[in-house]
Write a protein that binds this ligand. Structure first.
Ligand code: ADP
Ligand code: MG
Length: 262
């Protein structure tokens, strides 16, 4: 017998359970109107720290409107939303909320006249009062994390769509958000660039980030989501696990939707 016998194999057992922290998003009976159009009709949702929630549903069902209410890009006009114990009710809390919640859109929305690194350091320096040196060090670290450190001094137009979206993710992370919202982050990308963005999002999910992701990328949803929400006509009509959703969707609209995309 040697003292250094090989490590025993990992004990077999049930797959590792993901555990979550306290609720970080609490939406109750959320309403939103655009003129006479009732876009959100009483949405209820609790998301716990560390959860990855994928939102799917037909076009026009209110997915974007809902996630925009969560960082107050669009104010809701009924019900209540609390983000990390901060109630979202009027102007006073907007800055606090936007520091807590990062958002990535379909269109990358980078500042075209700033370099990649400047895009990332702008908000930490202005909003968080970080020094340039600290913001740049952190920015380069984030660019490394999303795999494009070598693009730091280029301008957005010199990058591919997939690279620009990874910059947008790094820019949101630079504010050290507690929650990341994604609204169809790969919908504007050529197929060969979708994977590189989804891989960054998978890594983020595994790192424990709380994420709300509107996407039709079913492979991503199956692999990464802890929960799937199906939106229809301004409300969540299904809130379940990926396994349950794909094998046995209960709502007729969800069944129709799945039959078209799978
Ligand atoms: P989804 O993201 O699920 O495709 P949206 O949340 O973008 O849907 O839109 C939900 C509904 O609200 C749609 O019917 C859309 O036309 C309407 N809507 C969204 N934004 C506005 C707006 N700024 N003004 C008027 N109607 C809007
Ligand atoms: Mg949308």
């Amino acid at each position: 017998m040697t003292a250094n016998s090989p490590a025993s194999p990992a004990p077999s057992g049930p797959p590792q359970q993901r555990t979550f922290g306290p609720p970080v998003i609490a939406a109750q009976n959320v309403q939103k109107h655009f003129g006479s159009f009732h876009a959100l009709r009483g949405v209820n949702l609790t998301v716990r720290q560390g959860e990855v929630v994928v939102i799917i549903g037909p076009s026009g069902s209110g997915k974007s409107t809902f996630i925009r209410t969560i960082n107050a890009l669009d104010p809701h006009d009924g019900g209540s939303i609390t983000v990390d114990d901060i109630p979202l009710n009027g102007q006073g809390n907007l800055d606090a909320i936007r520091r807590e919640v990062g958002m990535v859109f379909q269109s990358f929305n980078l500042f075209p006249h700033l370099t990649v690194l400047e895009n990332i350091t702008l908000a930490p320096m202005r909003v968080r009062r970080a020094s340039r040196a600290d913001a740049e060090r952190k920015g380069l670290e984030l660019l490394r994390r999303v795999g494009i450190e070598e693009q730091a001094h280029k301008y957005p137009a010199q990058l591919s769509g997939g690279q620009q979206q990874r910059v947008a993710i790094a820019r949101a992370l630079a504010m050290e958000p507690k929650i990341m919202l994604f609204d169809e982050p790969t919908s504007a990308l050529d197929p060969e660039m979708i994977k590189e963005v989804l891989d960054v999002m998978k890594e983020l999910a595994r790192s424990g980030m709380t994420m709300l992701v509107v996407t039709h990328e079913m492979g991503f949803a199956r692999e990464v989501a802890d929960r799937i929400l199906f939106f229809d006509q301004g409300n969540i009509v299904e809130d379940t696990t990926p396994e349950e959703f794909y094998q046995n969707p209960k709502h007729e609209r969800a069944q129709q939707f799945l039959s078209k995309i799978l």
